[in-house]
Ligand binder design. Structure first.
Ligand SMILES: Cc1ncc(COP(=O)(O)O)c(C=O)c1O
Length: 406
């Protein structure tokens, strides 16, 4: 997820504007900032680029999720249905507003299985939160239908899918709210940062206040602002927004390169009939940040991963099944309900219950999945070389497997 791979004079110029006037905060200081409002400018560009009415920048993708949940009125005891394959931030945000992460299985889209979502609905369900993992989307038509039937909120965690779309609409702009992360390894980066996008004015006004101590931002005197509700400080700085401005202007190019490199690598891996690829509900909308592929069994996949490691070609290829950050299998802190701030007995029990369910359906998907991160700086020759090395490993393991089973 490589915005940082393209860094140059444009980022330095935007940063220099902020350094020159010395106003690093996004609010206030109207005179000294001499018309430089990088955060506001970036919010406007986000609305135009992704096609949403409102954008509220914040300090991270995690802060964006927390802010969106607060703004949507999600809170104590509410159940949020979300996938067991995501990044820990998704459930951290749920816990931070006092809600319960109801983890459910993913399918071969690597995102929420609509059938598992349906099975998880209870009277306490408040929200469905698909996580558009690894650059591509969940089955949003199916999820929207479930939301409609059960009067649930749709909150898209699109932190990993900047620039991907579903049936012509950008991910993150389709639900009641959606979020991006602009951390250092995302498709475009601010260094650190995130955004809440929405088409609902109420959600935007709430996000604006929630992320800045509840300020109503109605006048020019910050000290005279009213506080219609309690908020927190999830503000982005002007320095981070400045980097994001330069990066968003590169986004089209970034996506073009990703698609080209993804297509070339996929065509090489597709030569091996035993390889299948992640199902993409709208293939046109894939941002192509990753190429995710499956092998026939977990044992073969493990052997391929081990051989790639032995041959020193594993870097950039992710076996999420064993990953500490992204999959339920290794989230012992969640399974054991370990928090520094005490949870109520009831809340802790609910959290632990949902984290300790059977995820064998997801295991069967992720145990066979490898995701290859697509580089922007790869040459065509390097892609051919990478692809050929990977398929040589796979063929070797498949052959060993056939011999062993003969
Ligand atoms: C799916 C997902 N959600 C949320 C986040 C949190 O973003 P941040 O690192 O900006 O807090 C990430 C970051 O990797 C992510 O991958």
């Amino acid at each position: 997820m490589p915005g940082y791979e393209l860094w140059g004079a444009e980022e330095r110029k935007e940063l220099q504007d902020v350094l020159d006037n010395g106003i690093l905060m996004r609010y206030g200081f109207d005179g000294p900032r001499k018309g430089i409002w990088k955060s506001k400018e970036l919010e406007n560009e986000i609305c135009q680029t992704f096609g949403c009415k409102y954008a509220q920048l914040v300090s991270s993708g995690t802060a964006a999720l927390t802010t969106a949940m607060g703004a949507l009125g999600i809170g104590y005891g509410d159940e949020i249905i979300m996938p067991a394959f995501t990044f820990v931030a998704s459930f951290e945000a749920v816990l931070s507003v006092g809600a319960i992460p109801v983890l459910v299985d993913v399918d071969d889209t690597l995102t929420l299985s609509p059938a598992s979502v349906r099975a998880a609905i209870t009277p306490k369900s408040k929200c469905i939160m698909p996580v558009h993992m690894c650059g591509s989307m969940a089955d949003l038509d199916a999820l929207k239908q479930i939301c409609k039937e059960h009067n649930l909120i749709l909150l898209e965690d699109a932190c990993q899918s900047i620039g991907a779309s579903y049936k012509g609409k950008q991910l993150g702009t389709i639900g009641d709210a959606g979020t991006f992360s602009f951390d250092f390894v995302k498709t475009m980066t601010c260094g650190e940062g995130g955004v809440v996008m929405t088409n609902r004015e109420d959600v935007f006004v709430n996000s604006d206040g929630y992320s800045d101590h509840g300020h109503d931002h109605k006048g020019v005197d910050r000290g005279a602002d009213l506080h219609p509700f309690i908020g927190y400080n999830f503000r982005i700085s002007e320095l981070h927004a400045a980097v994001g401005l330069a990066q968003i202007r590169r986004l089209k190019k970034i996506l073009e390169i990703q698609k080209k490199n993804h297509t070339q690598l996929k065509s090489i891996l597709a030569e091996v009939p035993e390889i299948s690829f992640r199902r993409i509900p709208d293939p046109q909308g894939d941002s192509c940040t990753f190429l995710s592929w499956f092998l026939p069994t977990e044992a073969i996949t493990r052997a391929v991963v081990a051989e790639m490691k032995a041959q020193n070609i594993l870097a950039g290829n992710f076996y999420w099944y064993d990953n500490n950050w992204h999959y339920i299998r290794k989230w012992d802190h969640l399974k054991n309900g370990i928090t520094l701030n005490a949870l109520s007995t009831e809340h802790k029990a609910a959290v632990m219950h949902h984290a300790n369910k059977d995820f064998s359906v997801s295991d069967a998907v992720l145990g066979r999945c490898i995701s290859t991160a697509i580089g922007l700086l790869w040459t065509s020759e390097q892609i051919s070389e990478k692809g050929e090395k990977i398929i040589a490993v796979i063929k070797k393991i498949l052959k060993q497997n056939t011999v062993a089973n003969a």
